[in-house]
Design a protein around this ligand. Structure first.
Ligand SMILES: [Ca+2]
Ligand SMILES: [Ca+2]
Length: 513
């Protein structure tokens, strides 16, 4: 297990001083009309690889496929389970996340070489569908108990599903070989994204009515049984959008009204790639271009222009309402952890500061923030190392290394801010300044809702920066997140001058006019 770099944490890197400018009052802009609200805009998602989180029931460790349990092997099961997740709902609640997204629950295929489906994406499907749970994760009563505990905590449950592929060697592949695409076919050659196997995973032929019917009935049974609040669809860009529009979306929505549907379209080049699944009926998709921009700018020292561009492109391409619904993240189980994108040899202070800035942006930019387990502790890891076990020291404030404790506290504060400042969930995004304006690597924006605003200023430079901002309306901003800085420092209107320490950020809130 890897731990974040220990050592003395600098005082929270989010330090800022603000002072009032003296320029004349700018003309007040009309209040922005409130955009449509949606409870999902107010959520914070927590992604967990269940097998790597907590082993709540050692009695199920040896169940399931033989030879699949070895906590020392990165590609085998480690013993984490649904009972473990349930035992940590209080931890999640304390952190401030509101939606639990565990990796998929179906029973997994037998071991191949040194790998088993500890991550849940290699289902051992069979026809007729047996709806079997992975025995190492637990029983149906564990699923029900987890759902009850999550809901009793006021949280929501997101079910991770796969309809693109089965696991290699799944029983259904032997039973129904004609239900899968052939990689040698002309279709696979012409359109590999939809018709070619992904990493050799047997690729379902949704264009065959019997295959579509099988997958849709399976999906319906899972949501009827688990009764989730949301569904996350794996590998959605490899499935024909018409299948989702015609079959999947209507089926799961009629089975569980009100489901929130999120599609994984893993493409960090263009948010336009999410349009087909959004048009097919999904409520949301992941903002992979913004993930890349946060990594390139804050982890690798690039320009914050990348972040501003990704946000602006999302809004321009999808419209502001769809852009607000995108799920945003600094990492997930398929990419290196944010802390591992930082340059080798980086100082403890910079490591903490850059992680804090990324999290501050994650919680204040448009989108529904998603944390990957351990983001709140600064866990590092890439390749198989991005799915390490949650460290034993994680669960108590008393046992966390100082940097991890400080980052956890920061996430708590950001989550509380998000819960109380609706501007961050539903407000319009207004860019105020960006690096190419010449102020250094500084990005400033506000989230505006009616007559309220949240102003965010981020300094990605390793040196102090001062940024004058012309604000309409009274600039009465309370400083947020910033210990030691008195609130309400800026009673005047007009220009606000924000002075930021290296890798600093300020979050202010107040009336807009
Ligand atoms: Ca277990
Ligand atoms: Ca496919």
């Amino acid at each position: 297990m890897k731990t974040p770099v220990a050592g003395r944490a600098p005082l929270l890197a989010l330090l800022v001083a603000a002072c009032a400018g003296t320029t004349p009052h700018a003309p007040a802009a009309p209040a922005t009309p409130a955009p449509p609200d949606d409870p999902w805009l107010h959520q914070i998602i927590y992604l967990v690889v269940t097998d790597r989180f907590t082993n709540g029931d050692p009695g199920n460790d040896a169940l399931g496929q033989p030879g699949c349990l070895d906590p020392s092997m990165p590609s085998l099961f480690h013993g984490g389970d649904l009972a473990g997740l349930r035992s940590r709902v209080a931890y999640m609640k304390d952190l401030g996340v509101t939606v639990l997204w565990p990796t998929p629950l179906p029973a997994q295929v037998p071991r191949r070489n040194d790998a088993c489906g500890y991550h849940g994406y290699w289902a051992d499907l069979v026809d007729p569908d047996d709806g079997a749970l992975e025995p190492k994760l637990g029983t149906w009563s564990d699923v029900e108990a987890l759902g009850s505990t999550v809901h009793a905590a006021g949280m929501r449950l997101m079910l991770d599903m796969v309809v693109n592929h089965s696991g290699r060697g799944a029983r259904i592949v032997g039973q129904r070989p004609d239900w899968f695409h052939s990689d040698a076919s002309p279709e696979a050659h012409a359109n590999p994204e939809l018709f070619h196997s992904l990493n050799g995973l047997p690729d379902f032929a949704q264009e065959k009515p019997e295959v579509a019917a099988y997958l849709t009935a399976m999906a319906r049974r899972w949501v009827e049984r688990v009764k989730p609040d949301a569904v996350r669809m794996d590998t959605a860009k490899h499935v024909p959008p018409w299948y989702f529009a015609r079959d999947f979306v209507p089926a799961v929505r009629s089975a569980v009204p009100g489901l929130f549907l999120v599609a994984e379209v893993f493409d960090d080049r263009s948010i336009a790639r999410t349009l087909p699944v959004l048009d097919a009926g999904f409520d949301s998709a992941f903002h992979f271009p913004l993930h890349r921009a946060l990594v390139e700018s804050l982890a690798k020292g690039g320009s914050l222009d990348l972040v501003a561009d990704a946000v602006a492109d999302g809004i321009a391409t999808l419209g502001p309402d769809r852009a607000r619904h995108l799920v945003t993240m600094i990492d997930n189980h398929d990419v290196p952890r944010f802390a591992s994108e930082l340059p080798p040899g980086i100082s403890d202070a910079d490591r903490f500061g850059r992680s804090a800035l990324a999290l501050a942006l994650l919680f204040t930019l448009p989108g529904i923030p998603q944390l990957y387990y351990g983001d709140e502790l600064g866990l590092a890891g890439a390749g198989p190392g991005n799915r390490l076990d949650m460290p034993a020291w994680s669960w108590s404030e008393a046992t966390r290394p100082p940097d991890a404790a400080a980052l956890f506290a920061l996430v708590q504060r950001l989550a509380r801010l998000r819960a109380t400042a609706s501007e961050l969930a539903t407000g319009a995004y207004v860019e105020l300044a960006r690096p190419r304006d010449g102020a250094g690597n500084v990005l400033a924006f506000e989230r505006v809702l009616g007559d309220r605003r949240v102003l965010v200023v981020v300094n990605g430079d390793p040196s102090p920066r001062t940024l004058p901002l012309a604000l309409d309306g009274p600039a009465l901003h309370d400083v947020m997140l910033l210990p030691g800085v008195p609130a309400g420092v800026s009673p005047a209107a007009g220009t606000v001058t924000v002075t930021m320490p290296p890798l600093g950020a300020g979050i202010f809130t107040g009336p807009r006019q």
